[in-house]
Write a protein that binds this ligand. Structure first.
Ligand SMILES: [Mn+2]
Length: 407
């Protein structure tokens, strides 16, 4: 547990932060889901919520940020931390649930508020342990707890997909950190509404016609996505150092062009891991499947690439459900991606097989005991087909001409 955990002490200094903006526009957002790409909904935080969080961030002197172990969690933290540069950040490793076992990892710290970022589940027992205010900014399934200030666009519309980074960018509203906001959104597979502003500023990093696949897998902004994912990998002391450097880094070019010693340091960490990733990716790209499921298992690599590999192979196999699996400690840990809804069939599968999992409609994670893995694949395949058939019927019904009334 301790191995994957990190924390760091931070210098207390004031950052040239913008005053809370009273005229936060409720922004129309682009939803990544082909079926819903036309729906423009008010989905970000409300003006009142933004003000509430900004006020909290400026009033607590020693906040503790607990964030998810992925680029969306990391960028959420960086955006909020860089507003005032006070407090400290801790990554929630090894689990997607913030529970009481995490308390021993933070019990020696002093803090006057807790900000939970991009973490799918928090238990009431965890919350009840603290007297200080707890703020939770998230975009997973809605979970209401007592004594928590909860911010999740899903409370208003469960069908929207807004990464936590996007919400944190709305709060921080710092044009200098626009690149961090873009990296976090792309990494969590969303094209944010500030894309034009980003392309204008960083035309060499992303082209104006780029969709998610192109941006993430073919352009330089996509390299940054991989950089942020890989900076979180490795021994905890190194990860701690990487994050500390990221709290101070000024521009994406510091890293990409290795323009500063800090940027060079980060790029070196990234490139060592990326070499391994490119090898695994090549093997994954060679994998073929005639069924709807494309399963790629890899085990002999010391790095876990499941999530990022799943995204990239899904982009290469758009008609498939891509499952990247890795065996460790008697369990199979899998990342699942598809252009269709996989969350529902997965839920149904776990009603019949041991294991657990879930996530977003097009991107899920699952953990299955090794001995149940084959059963899992069979049943999941069956549930996907069932769902596919239902959808076909729906489409057919839509295509039927409406009956015209005889007059
Ligand atoms: Mn996220």
């Amino acid at each position: 547990m301790l191995l994957g955990f990190y924390d760091f002490y931070l210098r207390v200094a004031f950052f040239n932060n913008k005053k809370p903006n009273s005229s936060v526009a409720v922004t129309l957002t682009f939803i990544y889901n082909k079926n819903k790409s036309n729906s423009m909904v008010n989905t970000l935080l409300t003006e009142k919520e933004v003000t509430e969080i900004r006020t909290a961030l400026s009033s607590y002197k020693n906040p503790l940020f607990i964030f998810d172990d992925d680029p969306d969690g990391l960028c959420s933290f960086l955006l909020l931390y860089r507003m005032h540069r006070e407090g400290r950040g801790v990554i929630l490793k090894t689990s997607s649930t913030l529970d009481t076992d995490f308390i021993r990892l933070i019990k020696n710290y002093t803090f006057d508020a807790i900000f939970i970022l991009d973490i799918p589940k928090v238990t009431q027992a965890f919350v009840d342990n603290f007297k200080c205010p707890i703020y939770w900014i998230d975009h997973h399934e809605v979970l209401q707890l007592d004594k928590v200030k909860y911010y999740n666009p899903h409370t208003r519309d469960p069908s929207v997909y807004i990464p936590a980074t996007w919400l944190c960018h709305q709060i921080a509203d710092n044009e200098k950190d626009l690149w961090l906001a873009m990296v976090g959104c792309l990494a969590d597979w969303a094209m944010p509404d500030f894309r034009e502003e980003f392309v204008e500023k960083y035309s060499d990093l992303m082209s104006s016609d780029a969709d998610l696949d192109k941006a993430v897998f073919q352009e330089d902004v996509g390299t940054l996505v991989r950089v942020f994912a890989f900076l979180l990998k490795g021994p905890s002391s190194k990860v701690r150092k990487n994050v500390k450097i990221l709290t101070r880094i000024k521009s994406p070019y510091d890293i990409l062009k290795q323009e500063t010693p800090s940027g060079k340091f980060l790029y070196k960490h990234f490139s060592t891991i990326d070499e391994n990733y490119q090898k695994v990716l090549k093997a994954g790209k060679d994998e073929r499947s005639r069924s709807k499921l494309l399963v790629f298992e890899y085990g002999d690599n010391k790095w876990s690439f499941t999530a990022i590999l799943a995204n990239e192979l899904a982009s290469n196999n758009r008609d498939k459900v891509v499952i990247i699996a890795r065996k460790s400690e008697g369990k199979v840990k899998a990342s699942i991606r598809a252009r269709t809804n996989i969350a529902d069939p997965l839920k149904k599968t776990f009603e019949q097989v041991n294991g657990s999992g879930g996530g977003h409609p097009n991107a899920c994670g699952a953990v299955v005991p090794e001995e149940d893995w084959e059963d899992f694949l069979k049943i999941f395949d069956k549930e996907i087909k069932k769902k596919g058939r239902k959808e076909k019927v729906k489409i057919k019904n839509k295509l039927k001409k409406p009956k015209t009334k005889k007059c």
